[in-house]
Design a binder for this molecule. Structure first.
Ligand code: AMP
Ligand code: MN
Ligand code: MN
Length: 337
């Protein structure tokens, strides 16, 4: 927690946030490590609105900009954390459930901020900001920012417009997950009216993968397993494969949807050995009763009911054993046949 003089507010209104955005001059915007479209999109969306207001803005991510999101206009402004703490008044954490998920280097870069804003849609968010705007019913942080920008009548430049579209599109599996509401489609329609080039932006988001991603998929398919009742499917990526295929962290983004889509599967898991020896676990559920956030939280992870993750101690075999046991316990509780 920062040494703020502001009282902590676990339920900030748009007006509370607006007061800070208007009255302060310098900002650092941060999102979670291993950023996805909603993380980077949210940084660009709010960042370019603030830039259009004449503010000083830095956009920092622990792992820098994934190559797969470099098509977003303005994305060249996303930086890896500088070694020195930035002289900024306000730090804004976006799309990040817990403060450590921002990463040590990014937290150091933001350590001089007087006020922390925390804007997010994870149900597991720990309210680590001085002002917290958390809406777990929202399908993406990008949609919260769209509502915020409109409610406060902030500028909505082209970079913000495209970034919001991609943030929400990627977090909803192209406007398909049950978190997608009529409001989400209204928002998308409004963004298209404001000039989003739907064909181009979707092809850049979904139809422009490097060949190595397909090689990764081939390797993952070779490890695919399904439980005898057909409810659980999982696959895994070893560090050796990552090296052999010269993979980048973002190459696996979204691949778990392939096994989630198997008929009868209600829970899909992706185990990934990380270079630091830890294991990243990605989980997807098709069923709110099989709440994967709840399972992730048993291991210090978090997320949403239908999509959650863990970063845990290795080795892979051990992590896999522990997580699969917890999942099986939960499936047996929920799916008594
Ligand atoms: P992923 O499987 O990495 O796409 O993550 C699914 C959802 O869970 C996303 O909303 C993530 O932000 C969240 N999530 C993933 N890993 C973690 C973690 N270690 N702690 C908290 N939330 C996480
Ligand atoms: Mn995210
Ligand atoms: Mn998100």
């Amino acid at each position: 927690m920062s040494e703020s003089t502001e009282p902590r507010n676990d339920n900030a209104t748009f007006q509370d946030i607006g007061e800070i955005l208007r009255s302060r001059q310098s900002f650092v915007l941060i999102s979670h490590m291993r950023p996805d479209g909603d993380a980077i999109g949210s940084q660009l969306a709010l960042g370019f609105a603030l830039l259009a207001m004449g503010k000083s803005v830095r956009l920092i991510n622990e792992d820098g900009l994934p190559e797969s999101l470099a098509f977003l206009p303005g994305s060249e402004r996303i930086e890896s954390p500088p070694p020195v703490a930035l002289d900024v008044e306000v730090a804004i954490a976006l799309d990040t459930a817990t403060k450590p998920r921002l990463g040590d280097a990014a937290l150091h870069a933001a350590s001089k901020a007087e006020i922390w804003l925390n804007i997010d849609h994870h149900i597991s968010n720990t309210n680590y900001g001085d002002l917290n705007l958390i809406d777990a019913t929202s399908p993406a942080t990008g949609e919260i920012l769209y509502d915020l920008i409109l409610a406060l009548e902030l500028p909505l430049p082209a970079e913000t417009r495209d970034a919001i579209y991609v943030a929400v599109s990627t977090d909803t599996g192209s406007f398909q997950y049950p978190s997608t509401t009529a409001r989400t489609y209204d928002m998308a329609a409004d963004l298209v009216r404001r000039g989003v080039d739907v064909g181009t932006i979707n092809s850049m988001t979904y139809d422009d993968h490097p060949y190595r991603r397909l090689e990764l998929m081939r390797s993952l398919l070779n490890t695919l397993e399904r439980s005898s009742d057909g409810i659980l499917a999982h696959w895994e990526l070893r560090e050796q494969t990552r090296r052999d295929l010269a993979l980048r962290p973002e190459d696996s983004e979204g691949l778990i949807d392939v096994i989630r889509a198997i008929r009868g599967v209600r829970l899909a898991v992706f185990f990934e050995e990380l270079p630091d020896g830890k294991v990243r676990v990605s989980m997807r559920s098709k069923d709110r009763a099989l709440d994967v956030c709840r399972i992730a939280m048993e291991f210090g992870g978090g997320g949403h009911a239908l999509a959650a993750g863990i970063r845990m101690k290795g080795p892979l075999e051990e992590a896999k054993g522990r997580v699969l046991t917890a999942i099986r316990r939960r499936i047996d509780e929920v799916c008594k046949i």
